[in-house]
Every structure is written in structure tokens, then in C-alpha cells.
Ligand binder design. Sequence first.
Ligand code: DQA
Length: 145
Amino acid sequence: MTRIMIVNGPNLNMLGRREPDIYGHQTYADLIKMISRHCQEKGIDVKIMQSNHEGALVDAIQQAADYCDGIVINPAAYTHTSVAILDALKAAALPAVEVHISDVDSREEFRHLSYPGMYCFKTVKGEGLAGYLTAIDALLAKIGL
Ligand code: DQA
């Protein structure tokens, strides 16, 4: 069975409470439900993780290399700083899609640069939480499902 990993970076556990004008009112639990339902409908297995710690995100990506067919990643603030996450994606060598809830390109200048995005074959931004489903579908199309 196809298995994908969804990797979420810092502060995404605060969805619903965190800057709702930018990230909306739905919670992280709502996001997990939405992704789980979508993947069930697609007949694929999904592992969803979130961490506020850069090294834990690197560990998860490395582990994905052993048992997953692809990665959807929202590195959150580490998007704009983390060469370590970029290198982990390169090491795992799995197809990967980057997703951002907000439209990072229309926000502050420092959000325009993405290190993990240099590896990902696609970036989805500004679609709200639904962007995760767009990213999953793009990943599945790439994998050949
Ligand atoms: C984000 C955008 C990042 O710039 C920010 O640091 C986040 C969330 C998004 O999903 O829009 O934490 O990745």
C-alpha cells in the first residue's frame, strides 16, 4: 500500500489560535481529520507528524526514507532558514511537495525564500488548509496513483 508522510513544522500545532486572520480558525486536529479522510478515500496510508524542533523534523524525514513513498512538508518558519531540512529531503530522496497555508510570496520579504522548496518538485501556497489536499494529490500523481 502506498504510504506518505505529512511533516509539519513549528507553531502549526497552534492552528486555530494562532493569527487566525492569516491561518484561519480551523485547528490542527481539524487538519489531521481532513487529511486522514482524504487519504482514506484515496486508499493510501498516511503518517502525520508535527514538531517545534528542527532536529525532530530532520529525524522524521530520514525515517520516511525507509518506509514512505513520498513527503508533503510544511516546514513553517524553518522554511526560510533550514538548510538541514533541505539536506534531509535530499538524503531521503523521495518525491516531496511543499505546502504553505498562507501566500508566503505576498507577505514579508523574508518569507519569499524557501530552502526545502529548492528540493520539492512543487509548492502549494495560499490555499488555506485545503492546500494540503492539493499537495497530496500532486504527490500521488507524481508517484503514479
Ligand atoms: C507557513 C508560512 C511561514 O512563513 C510561517 O513561518 C509559518 C506557516 C504557512 O503555512 O503559511 O509558520 O509555513
